[in-house]
Design a protein around this ligand. Structure first.
Ligand SMILES: [Zn+2]
Length: 758
């Protein structure tokens, strides 16, 4: 039944039998490193009762104290209790919904420890106490504390034997069931992370937080009814064992991961491809067996999902180091189990997307590469998702964008109506921006794409009020009218090709000043701000770094970070240190304000003037050389001289005083380049430290300035407003009038539409 079960396992089985530890070595094999003694070792069995959505399990957990500090207690995450009732911290913070899902009668989930013993001691379940270290919410039962009854000193190990039962909620947030699809994530009691003198790090489950755990060896036997197709973290090491009661057991192991998830569904279509070194998909990378568990109706997307996975394996492997595990399982949740989709667990990811979307939207590809990217950022480099969500989501968003740009090139982000794309109508007949430059296109909530630059000069000369309307016009998505933003009638402009940075910018511009990036996940102003500051804004900071340092240096910096902290728990400070170290200079001046401040970066050319200098007039020279030039009064008592005929002064070419003013409009100060173009075609580049509020460049001579641009290469991808980066000297009033007229007509059209709704 398990179609991804291969014959080569017979050999594996023989090896396994030689030594109980051999399995871990196998799961470990291709790294070429001897496994260190893990902090945690789990041996677990679990049985799924699909009718009751019940998991019955037991776990033997060895925990080793690798710090210099002793402890006599141990907290456990019981994540499923977030779905126990509507009083949990998760439900309260999330307004009882997550990704537009809500839990109803009969869909709640929970977990209970029915027995827990320390070493060979007596029952201690009665000593368990729920704690709420983050918010003191007495109703929250996502963290439970066990007094160990003894002290575990540095280097010592404690063994826990736990029996537990858990009911999976309806697919809601990263875990749960739908019909006969079961996604078992966070299904077992998981110890917190002991940080020595800082104590245990074991946060409650929040609506906007994910996870944090130590690396472990897992040995898990999962029993499901026959007919269920199973996928899990790690490698299945023994042939499945069929039981007389109609169930079947699968045995998986995996070393050096910090979580273990599994999924079961009798309808899965399982397709495995064996990536081998030298294959076209992954040259020079270690072998990986990739298994897709697709819903039958999505089987046609097999090639697209594989291509995305291979792109992830190839590019992330090449840039940041090979994916070190032997397996990768990709789970496609059942229709209606959206809450369990788009999630990363070690060596197992869940996808799920708008499958109707046309290929150009890269709908399954994006989520597939994103969740695979998490194998690196959070999977292998296990930063704390509670306290620094941007470290995994932001870096993953950035690297996903890199892979998408590299693998698929520019793509379109368009308006869609009920999931179907809607082509815009090019009412304004604007020329498309050059594809070579990143355009910073911002789709407004009305579905209208407005590239701030580089559009026709006359459009850029719109008055500020007009720009405000054009550029800032939008409806909050929560407003009554927000739902109409996808109405095709309002989509006047056609899709324009965009790259990853355009997407980050579009998101960033929706709330650039709400919060800072570096913040505990549940302490952002609102959920949108959590998303913005964990995903797209840090990705924009990283894109800025890439442009500042160069792609090669940036890749080396992330690779160094990945290699140095693989199987570790780095913080944002350590990330910053690595970036500065590899860049060869301290980048604190940039990273500090961008990661730990909520101020914005915005430089603007506010004035470009070329004033013609009048011909020389007045007294010039000294003594005998003193003479009067040009028109005007002469020396006292002398008549005004007649203009000298045929002198060289008269034939002097016109001279200009060119003044360019560049201002810093945001609080974040960075050095910038200013590019000044003259009408004779010459171009000057000036460097400005960007510190004071403004600077002025003055050039006198026969050249006339035509245009000035601050940050012409768009190095600062995080610059709030690119439309003010360029200014042209000569204003032609007529185009402005033309655009204004069109704009008013357009506004009238929109307003007529809305007035018709009342
Ligand atoms: Zn993510």
């Amino acid at each position: 039944m398990n179609s991804f079960h291969s014959k080569t396992q017979a050999v594996t089985v023989a090896l396994i039998l030689l030594s109980p530890l051999a399995g871990f070595r196998l799961a470990y094999g291709q790294t070429g490193i001897d496994p260190p003694a893990p902090i945690l070792e789990y041996t677990m069995t679990v049985r799924l009762d699909p009718a009751q959505r019940l998991l019955t399990g037991n776990a033997t957990i060895h925990w080793r104290n690798t710090t210099e500090t002793a402890t006599s207690e141990m907290p456990f995450h019981l994540y499923l209790n977030a779905f126990r009732n509507n009083r949990s911290t998760f439900m309260r913070e999330g307004g009882n919904q997550q990704r537009r899902n809500i839990l109803e009668e009969g869909q709640w989930g929970w977990m209970e420890i029915t027995s827990i013993k320390v070493d060979s001691g007596d029952e201690r379940a009665q000593l368990l106490r729920f704690i709420q270290p983050d918010d003191g919410n007495d109703d929250d039962r996502t963290v439970v504390l066990l007094p160990l009854g003894r002290t575990v000193g540095p280097g010592e190990t404690v063994r826990l034997k736990i029996d537990f039962i858990a009911r999976l909620p309806h697919a809601f947030a990263r875990t749960g069931f739908k019909g006969n699809f079961f996604m078992a994530g966070q299904w077992y009691p998981k110890p917190g992370v002991f940080q020595g003198t800082d104590g245990w790090n074991c946060h409650q489950f929040h609506a906007d937080s994910e996870f944090f755990a130590d690396f472990a060896h897992f040995d898990v036997t999962i029993t499901v009814p026959q007919g269920y197709i199973l996928g899990a973290t790690g490698r299945e090491i023994l042939p499945p064992v069929t039981h007389p009661d109609g169930t079947i057991s699968h045995h998986f192991i995996q070393a050096r991961v910090h979580d273990f998830a599994w999924a079961a569904d009798p309808d899965f279509v399982a397709i495995t491809r064996h990536l081998r070194p030298g294959s076209e998909a992954t040259p020079d990378l270690p072998p990986v067996d990739v298994t897709l568990l697709l819903q039958p109706e999505h089987a046609g997307h097999e090639e697209r999902v594989f291509r995305a996975i291979f792109a992830g394996l190839r590019w992330l492997g090449t840039w940041y180091g090979p994916y070190p595990y032997e397996t990768l399982t990709v789970v496609d949740p059942q229709q209606g189990a959206r809450g369990a989709g788009g999630m990363e667990y070690p060596t197992l990811i869940t996808i799920g997307s708008n499958w109707q979307a046309p290929a150009a939207r890269l709908s399954p590809e994006r989520v597939t590469i994103h969740e695979f990217g998490h194998q690196y950022w959070y999977g292998l480099v296990a930063s704390n998702e509670f306290e620094e969500a941007w470290l995994d989501e932001g870096i993953t968003t950035y690297t996903t964008g890199r892979v998408l740009d590299r693998e698929y090139g520019q793509r379109s982000r368009g308006t869609s109506l009920a999931g179907f794309p809607v082509r815009g109508y090019p009412l304004l007949h604007l020329p498309p921006p050059p594809e070579t430059e990143s355009t910073g296109i911002r789709p407004t909530p009305l579905g209208i794409h407005l590239p701030p630059s580089p559009w026709p000069e006359d459009l850029k000369e719109l008055k500020p009020a007009e720009w405000l309307l054009l550029y800032r016009l939008g409806l909050p998505s929560s407003s009554l009218l927000g739902g109409f933003r996808d109405v095709p009638f309002l989509t006047y402009l056609p899709d324009l090709p965009t790259g990853a940075v355009d997407g980050y910018r579009a998101s960033y511009l929706s709330g650039p000043r709400k919060d800072r990036i570096q913040r505990t996940a549940w302490e952002y102003l609102d959920r949108a701000s959590y998303g913005l500051n964990s995903y797209d804004r840090p990705a924009l900071v990283l894109a800025t770094l890439e442009r500042l340092l160069g792609e090669e240096t940036m890749t080396r910096a992330l690779r160094t970070y990945q290699q140095r902290y693989r199987y570790g728990h780095p913080t944002g400070r350590e990330f910053e240190q690595v970036i500065s170290e590899v860049a060869g200079r301290d980048l604190g001046w940039l990273l500090g304000p961008l990661l730990r401040g909520n101020e914005i970066l915005d430089y603007a050319v506010t004035s470009v003037e070329a004033r013609e200098l009048p011909a020389a007039a007045g007294v010039f020279g000294l003594g005998d050389e003193r003479r009067l030039r040009g028109q005007g009064n002469g020396l006292p008592g002398q008549p005004p001289p007649a203009p000298a005929e045929g002198t060289s002064e008269d034939q002097e070419a016109a001279r200009y005083r060119n003044e360019i003013v560049v201002r810093r409009l945001g609080a974040v100060a960075v050095p910038v380049v200013v590019e000044i173009e003259f009408e004779d075609g010459t171009v000057i580049h000036e460097n400005w430290d960007g510190i004071y509020a403004w600077t002025r460049f003055v050039y006198e001579g026969t050249r006339r300035v035509r245009r000035a641009t601050v940050d012409p290469k768009r190095v600062y991808a995080i610059d709030l407003n690119w439309s003010n980066n360029t200014r042209t000297a000569l204003l032609s009033r007529r185009p402005v009038a033309r655009w204004s007229l069109r704009f008013l007509l357009w506004m009238q059209n929109v307003l007529t539409f809305y007035s018709g709704l009342a």
